[in-house]
Design a protein around this ligand. Sequence first.
Ligand SMILES: [Zn+2]
Length: 412
Amino acid sequence: MGKIYLIDVTNRDGVQTAKLGLSKLAKTMINIYLNEMGVYQSEFGFPTTKHESNYLQANLKLAEMGVLRPIRLEGWIRATVEDVEKAFQMVPKIKDLNLSISTSKQMITGKFRGSKNEADILKMATEAMDAARAHGAETIGLNAEDASRTEIDFLLRFATAAKEHGADRVRYCDTLGYESPFTIYETCKLLAQEVEIPIELHCHGDLGMAVANSVAGAMGVIDGGQDAYINTTINGIGERAGNADLVAVILALKKAKGFAGKYKFGMPINLSKAWKICKYASYAFDVPIPVNQPGVGANAFAHASGIHADGVLKDPHNYELYNFKELGRGEPEIVETGREICSGEYSGISGFGHVMGKYDVEFASRDEAERVLELARFANVLAQKPLVADELQFIARYPDIAKELLALTPLD
Ligand SMILES: [Zn+2]
């Protein structure tokens, strides 16, 4: 029986969302947290975008150092030979790629304006895949953008071509959030059965069904005999109404009626990191977590009404489906209510030493402290908010890597 793996796309779909973004240090922290959680792969950015280059290469170094292991770091590019060439030129050590191309009639005619037909799409995609392999790509996912509005015959031909050219997976993109759990189950089951290739589910929340569609699609893929890879984002942040929320997807697969114990993860998932990663992403994106968000919302375990409060006090199972401790909640958090010394882009050595001491970071010499302070200043320029303990500890521990990923000098 096939297994389920998670591919988190916060560092790609999340950051391309209108009005939102992350510093390169924040993207790095997210990769670290995803790795701790047991996420199979992070779509960590755009290898053909100049300002991503240093960050991507620094994170690949962290992978080489064993810091970002076993998570795979995969880049998103368009499925063109030109993008493949550019990606390997700019980020030579990249090993994992997803290549994206539109497959629906709407997109092919609406975007290419009559200059491309379905045969051209297949040709572009397969040539790009061949080029990626020739450059040494270890894994390739081929993305069918707008798959849910693509005629099934063409989608089957597209997935077959992907398989013939050595794709590891096909990404079924419900780009506009048009799917329903019933239809995505059937389509993805058929794709898995007919083409015999693992399928990625990429779902959006325009109709409020991103999580439901992701798990139903995964169920279809597994029932069709293949492994399923669900694309998630932290707190569901992504284009427009967002993507499938990472924690909600995990909860659905672990707890939902008919799923639990039947459809299984291919890697152990550490759900107890949920609280930390969601709080961090909320801070880094500057987007509050809704009070009613599954698992991590302020009200997810709150009870006020008489019958519920009485019931949950007698036995939590009366009104709670799972325990807050499973998500890493329940530990007290210190909120400063008096004097506060923060990190900032104009910090000096005295205040910085105080902040770092609070986080149990000690320096071997004043020179070392000065160097880390300088890096922290630059990180603050990019973040425009005080750095959190994990970020400061990361900079102190890996100053060379931090220096690299913070460098944003425009490249020629
Ligand atoms: Zn998307």
